[in-house]
Design a protein around this ligand. Structure first.
Ligand code: AMP
Ligand code: ZN
Length: 472
């Protein structure tokens, strides 16, 4: 059973095969740290985390690089739009280095709260200026770039394959270009590698001049090359990164090295909120702290985002979040039940009963994940398993097998709570007291204690002559 991934470059699903057997070199376009990441950004990053987890689940070793864009992120048209970090610094009247430092820390804290695996490295663009200049010099030498005063542009006409990722044609780009295309550019589709502007807040001296800063695309080409080498296996981002960002990265990197840059390009679709685009004017650009201030756990968000396939548009609503919290409670209940069944406290009489059901669920889960990380049917298997547990179809050996499967699921998705569950002492005392009340047939008192436990989030069940508890 091989892992099939959808490759934006070939526009089809292909079996994943790393360049070096057993090892994966993966680059994820990370955040621009001028503000806090919103839940849409988090969707893209969670997709990268899931991909990493699944590759590891399948026995591969992954070197994962997720960059931090802390300078010169020039918006869509690549050389005339504003640098978001520079603009934010002016707006706040603050030092851009302080702003990027603050939001980098915040970003890493968000990832930790959401149980992301730590990447091998989170390189900062500002720490790779030398490597960017080295590539720019190389591109100039090879005739793929040209200078215009203190600025340097990539010459798109020098790279015949420009457009291979996005499907955009250079002619169409020229025709659709705005009238005020910079006169110093030879063609409208050419994009900036290095810009100069004395008014820019973050700037570096180089042989191009005293006040320079990098174009956005060269940052990722240089950071990928520094940490992963000239050829990498997987490059990811959100769907908006396909053009111009990734198209331009391919042009720069391949023109510079003369080799294919990344074998697999994978992109997450945008997250929508309340059925539409997230927007500041609608006040629905939510962050993890908005999620938490509504009483949800980071885990509820993680689960909500994983319930949709990364290549399908996903709609976020607070009602869906509430549903996710309820669904997770069921999965917690599954874990609790399986532990009890495995201990012989409940479940089918025959230990091996239901083993085939567990094996089928495990196989279906793996098949779904191997199908381009199809998380919705993979997650559905867990609820199927819970039905079997509730219906007492599973014996103790089957439950032990299921717990082993869930440990694997946890490694791949990070949504379960596999902790040994126990009650705090006070709650345990109330629970014990209720058992005694029931034994003594003090029904009113027993009901009162049951309500007390419920208030503490503990559901008590009297089944088959035994009394058990689970978290609500
Ligand atoms: P930025 O911080 O703007 O560079 O964006 C970081 C990442 O988030 C990029 O890979 C974007 O493609 C991605 N992204 C931005 N908005 C959304 C969204 N609504 N849904 C999913 N991904 C997004
Ligand atoms: Zn990038």
């Amino acid at each position: 059973m091989s892992f099939q991934v959808y490759n934006s470059l070939t526009r089809k699903k292909q079996p994943f095969e790393p360049i070096d057997a057993g090892q994966v070199r993966m680059y994820n376009c990370g955040p621009t740290v001028y503000g806090r990441a919103h839940i849409g950004n988090l969707r893209s990053f969670l997709f990268a985390d899931t991909l990493r987890r699944w590759l590891e689940h399948e026995g591969l070793e992954v070197k994962q690089v997720m960059n931090i864009t802390d300078v010169g992120h020039i918006t869509a048209d690549a050389d005339q739009g504003e640098d978001k970090l520079d603009a934010q610094a002016r707006k706040e009247g603050r030092d851009p280095w302080k702003i990027s430092e603050q939001h980098t820390e915040e970003f890493l804290a968000d990832l930790a709260a959401l149980d992301f695996l730590e990447a091998s490295i989170y390189p900062r663009a500002t720490a790779h200026i030398e490597e960017m200049l080295e590539m720019i010099d190389g591109l100039l030498e090879k005739g793929h770039a040209y200078r215009a005063g203190d600025n340097v542009y990539f010459d798109v006409s020098s790279f015949a394959e420009y457009g291979k990722l996005s499907g955009n044609k250079v002619e169409d780009l020229a025709a659709g270009a705005r009238i005020d295309v910079l006169e110093e550019k030879r063609a409208p589709a050419d994009f900036a590698l290095w810009k100069s502007d004395p008014a820019h807040l973050m700037k570096w001296e180089s042989h191009f001049g005293p006040h320079g800063f990098p174009g956005w695309h060269i940052e990722c080409s240089a950071m990928a090359r520094t940490h992963l080498g000239d050829r990498i296996d997987i490059h990811t981002g959100g769907e908006d990164n396909i053009f111009p960002h990734h198209e331009c990265e391919i042009a720069q990197s391949e023109a510079f090295t003369g080799e294919p840059f990344a074998n697999y390009w994978m992109h997450a679709k945008f997250l929508q909120v309340d059925g539409g685009k997230m927007s500041k004017s609608l006040g629905n650009v939510y962050t993890l702290s908005d999620v938490e201030s509504r009483g949800f756990r980071p885990r509820d968000l993680r689960f909500t985002l994983l319930r949709g396939h990364y290549r399908q548009p996903l709609n976020f609503t607070w009602a869906i979040m509430a549903d996710s919290a309820r669904a997770l409670a069921k999965l917690d209940d599954l874990v609790t039940r399986l532990k009890r069944i495995a201990d012989g406290q409940e479940g089918a009489a025959e230990a091996t009963a239901g083993e085939d059901l567990v094996r089928a669920a495990k196989q279906a889960f793996r098949a779904a994940m191997n199908d381009d990380l199809n998380t919705p049917p993979a997650i559905a298997q867990l609820f199927g398993l819970r039905d079997h547990a509730v219906q007492e179809c599973l014996g103790s050996a089957a439950a032990a097998l299921a717990l082993e499967f869930l440990a694997g699921v946890q490694g791949a998705l990070g949504i379960l709570d596999m902790q040994e569950e126990s009650l705090d002492q006070e709650t345990q005392d109330i629970f014990n007291e209720r058992i005694r009340a029931r034994e003594n047939k003090e029904w009113a008192r027993s009901d009162k204690l049951r309500d007390e436990l419920l208030e503490r989030g503990i559901v008590v069940e009297d089944t088959g002559g035994r009394t058990v508890w689970r978290k609500r």
